[in-house]
Write a new protein. Structure first.
Length: 277
């Protein structure tokens, strides 16, 4: 997730790209990736709540991080506006002092073809130290990216030491049975993605059966279809996992994508009206 664009925001100032694009090193770095559309950060408050919750597990907050981020993001967007692109917000701590870095990053939005035909996934045996907190882990990210490039896959699903598929390296995973029952790992095993939370709310409101248990690596054959959720993929059909094919014609996945898109539009309208919850 390298920075892109002409500028980035660092500790109260807009800085030209190329000066020092990446966040400073420190004891710990917490981050969020937020999708923006025409300068509007989608689900901004949800991302800020998760960011501050994560920080508070290790540090006492003496500043209003959300307000800092809002001002920094507004400054970056005023300097450089894009139609649709992700921004990465990174808060790095050294002791109780923190540094705020915001930049545009390359956005892996699936093409209409990928939405229609699904994407290939691989399995990767690794687990997060603390899955409930979104912290930078450059070693894991680089290792996964190398494997994705080598095997020409869209995403890697993490498999823990007990053989359970927990989540994607930058997404969440859902499996669907022949009978239409959806399975996904419990919150305690994964980073609770913003998209994942809204999609599970939609699933429940639509009366679709949802089971929160992780699927074992050796049990994938018992499912008809699968889909990813995340900031970039939104709701995206899976074509295969380690070569095992999945049904991408399942209308349930496409309906969930449409309903989630409506949530996105509602978030944009609420932000513009100043009414985002």
């Amino acid at each position: 997730m390298e920075c892109t664009g002409q500028y980035f925001f660092l500790d109260g100032a807009i800085v030209p790209a190329g000066t020092s694009d990446e966040p400073a090193a420190g004891e710990a770095a917490f981050y969020e990736v937020i999708r923006t559309r025409n300068g509007v950060p989608i689900f901004f408050n949800d991302h800020m709540n998760r960011l501050t919750d994560g920080i508070s597990t290790r540090y006492e907050l003496s500043a209003d991080i959300a307000t800092e981020v809002r001002k920094g993001l507004d400054a970056l967007i005023a300097s450089e506006l894009h139609g649709e692109i992700n921004v990465r917000v990174t808060v790095t701590f050294t002791g109780q002092d923190h540094s705020l870095h915001i930049c545009y990053i390359s956005s892996l939005y699936p093409s209409p073809e990928k939405v229609r035909e699904g994407v290939p996934l691989i399995l990767y045996h690794a687990e997060r130290f603390n899955p409930g907190v979104k912290m930078l882990n450059r070693r894991l990210r680089l290792s996964v990216n190398e494997e994705l490039a080598r095997r020409d896959a869209y995403e890697a699903l993490l498999v823990n030491r007990e053989g359970f598929i927990t989540e994607g390296s930058r997404s969440n995973i859902f499996f669907v049975t022949e009978e239409g029952v959806i399975h996904t790992a419990p919150d305690s095993m994964v980073l609770s993605g913003i998209t994942r939370r809204y999609v599970t709310e939609i699933i429940r409101s639509e009366g679709i059966p949802l089971v929160t248990d992780a699927v074992r690596e050796d049990a994938m054959t018992g499912f008809r279809s699968a889909f990813l959720t995340g900031t970039s993929p939104m709701v995206l059909p899976v074509r295969s996992i380690e070569g095992q094919p999945f049904d991408v014609s399942n209308k349930l996945t496409l309906r969930l994508r449409d309903l989630y898109s409506e949530k996105v539009e509602s978030s944009i309208r609420a932000y513009l009206d100043g009414n985002e919850a």
